[in-house]
Write a protein that binds this ligand. Structure first.
Ligand SMILES: [Zn+2]
Length: 134
């Protein structure tokens, strides 16, 4: 199973290589939590720090790594847009007009978003059932 140390190294790599110009202005923690079917992650403020949470079911190696990467990238987009981060808030709503998807496309995630779509359509429901009943 993946653990929080592995998860932190994914965050560091994605940030360094794919969001290099986004300043890191506070401590950003990341951890696995929850067993959700329809929610993959979120970012929140913890005092001055930010915390990214990734669906705890994504610890399982049966969940493709790109699901973890995409979720991290999604939350990083919120961070760069100033939601639950110290950066200036650029929009009124975090998902206004598909801004997250647009930003992910710009940063080269289109191919993974297609894979995600098929994973969610064809695989996730039964995998979710088997993971929560394991
Ligand atoms: Zn979001």
């Amino acid at each position: 199973m993946r653990d929080d140390i592995w998860l932190k190294s994914r965050l560091d790599q994605i940030w360094e290589f794919l969001f290099p110009e986004v300043p890191k202005q506070n401590n950003v923690h990341i951890r696995f939590k929850g067993r959700w079917k329809n929610k993959f992650g979120h970012i929140s403020k913890k005092g001055k720090d930010s915390e990214i949470v990734i669906n705890g079911l994504f610890k399982h190696l049966e969940v493709p790594e790109y699901m973890v990467d995409l979720t991290i990238a999604h939350e990083l987009v919120h961070y760069m847009h100033g939601f639950n981060s110290p950066l200036p808030q650029l929009y009124r709503h975090p998902h206004k007009g598909g801004i997250v998807t647009k930003e992910l496309r710009k940063r080269g995630f289109s191919h993974l978003m297609v894979k995600e779509k098929y994973f969610l359509k064809d695989k996730w429901k039964s995998l979710y059932e088997s993971l929560i009943n394991a």
